[in-house]
Write a protein of this length. Structure first.
Length: 377
């Protein structure tokens, strides 16, 4: 396969003050980021659940290794190309928490077993047949997780009988091992009220228990139940049913997660990711910044302006965004001034950038390439 190496130079140099960072650029406040990593790792340890953070948030091998160094068993990702980037970056345990059905991708997945423990999800007999066809090329068995629809209504089996059939076929296949149940309730993560999230996860747990009991009665060995995100991880962990949690966004957070209500401060993580942007045009009515659709994802709504509740970001276009006063007293930023935006949604924002610029005490202290940026195949 022909490939293009990342050609963009880093937007800053070590030791630069933030004011010298070329914008738009993604800043990571290292203090908050490190506290987030440590808190989730301590939580998992205390509750006795395995932590397998989702790498789709950061797509960065340096961060994956930091999470593993803090106690995570490995990482998740969604795509084979992401898994390839993580394995190339030294990660030795990767679960593709997603269905992969294309034969060429499955062969690439099988090839990764030469360097790492690899898992993948199935929810359909035809997808499983494609995996079975590729598995003999694997250097060691691939962990297979039967994905269960736990309420999200997207992927995953809906009927227990389908899970039993998949289990039989996995058991008879060469180089495949039934590892467990993938049970991620994505549509629960941003339910704003803690009670709504609790009810959604109670239903997810009910469905998992029914499938797990049926698989066990059918002869399955030890099964790992894996799932959970930043909005609900504490609920799955408390269920006594989930063995492993997969939160991703907790390392950075974003405006959308910031809009959740949290039952306890303990479950709220700190914003560590900011999109640094510069005012490039200015009128009496508004300021124009250099951050638009090509530098942040607004699928979950507009970013907030960090530390400036009196300003609103709106009307993004490809390369521009507009800043308006939110109160009559607000003073708009001047031309050339920098603002920090809290992205509406961290994952698609990160995917637009080549570099994460780590900041400590107002200066550049880390430059991390986002190796899996654009790896969506
Ligand atoms: C399967 C799976 N697990 C875990 C996560 C992590 O979710 P979050 O980033 O909200 O913590 C996601 C995110 O979409 C996901 O798809």
């Amino acid at each position: 396969m022909t490939s293009i190496p990342s050609v963009r130079p880093a937007p800053a140099a070590f030791g630069d003050p933030v004011s010298a960072v070329d914008t738009p650029a993604l800043l990571v406040e290292l203090g908050a980021f490190e506290r987030n990593i440590a808190r989730m790792a301590a939580f998992a340890k205390e509750k006795g659940v395995r932590l397998r953070p989702h790498g789709k948030t950061h797509k960065c091998a340096t961060i994956a290794r930091a999470q593993i160094d803090a106690g995570a068993v490995g990482v998740c990702c969604q795509k084979v190309s992401e898994a390839e980037a993580f394995v190339a970056g030294g990660v030795e345990d990767v679960l593709v928490s997603n269905e992969i059905v294309m034969p060429s991708k499955l062969r690439r997945l099988a090839a990764l077993t030469a360097k790492a423990r690899i898992g993948v999800c199935v929810d359909h007999p035809r997808g499983l047949e494609a995996l079975i066809a590729a598995a003999p090329e694997a250097a060691r068995p691939i962990d297979v997780y039967i994905e269960l629809d736990v309420g999200g209504g997207r992927c995953g089996i809906e009927r227990i009988e389908d899970g039993l059939r998949l289990m039989d076929r996995i058991g008879a296949a060469r180089n495949l091992a039934l590892a467990g149940i993938q049970a991620y309730q994505g549509s629960a993560q941003h339910l704003r009220k803690p009670a709504e999230r609790r009810a959604a996860i109670e239903e997810a747990v009910r469905r998992v228990v029914a499938l797990r009991e049926a698989l066990t009665k059918h002869g399955a060995g030890q099964l790992i139940v894996t799932g959970a995100g930043t909005g609900t991880f504490y609920l799955e962990a408390a269920s006594g049913v989930y063995d492993e949690i997969q939160p991703g966004s907790y390392i950075f957070m974003d405006r959308d997660y910031g809009d959740n209500e949290w039952a306890a401060e303990a479950w709220r993580f700190e914003n560590s990711l900011f999109l640094l942007t510069t005012v490039m045009s200015r009128r009496a009515s508004h300021a124009v910044v250099d951050a638009g659709h090509k530098s942040h994802g607004v699928d979950s709504g507009m970013p907030a302006v960090a530390g400036r509740a009196d300003l609103l970001y709106d009307r993004p276009s490809d390369e521009h965004g507009e800043i308006f006063p939110a109160t009559p007293q607000a003073v708009l930023p001047e031309l050339g001034q920098q603002l920090r935006l809290i992205p509406g949604h961290c994952d698609p924002t990160v995917n637009l950038h080549d570099w994460l610029v780590g900041i400590r005490d107002g200066h550049v202290a880390a430059l991390w390439p986002i190796e899996a940026r654009g790896a969506f195949s």
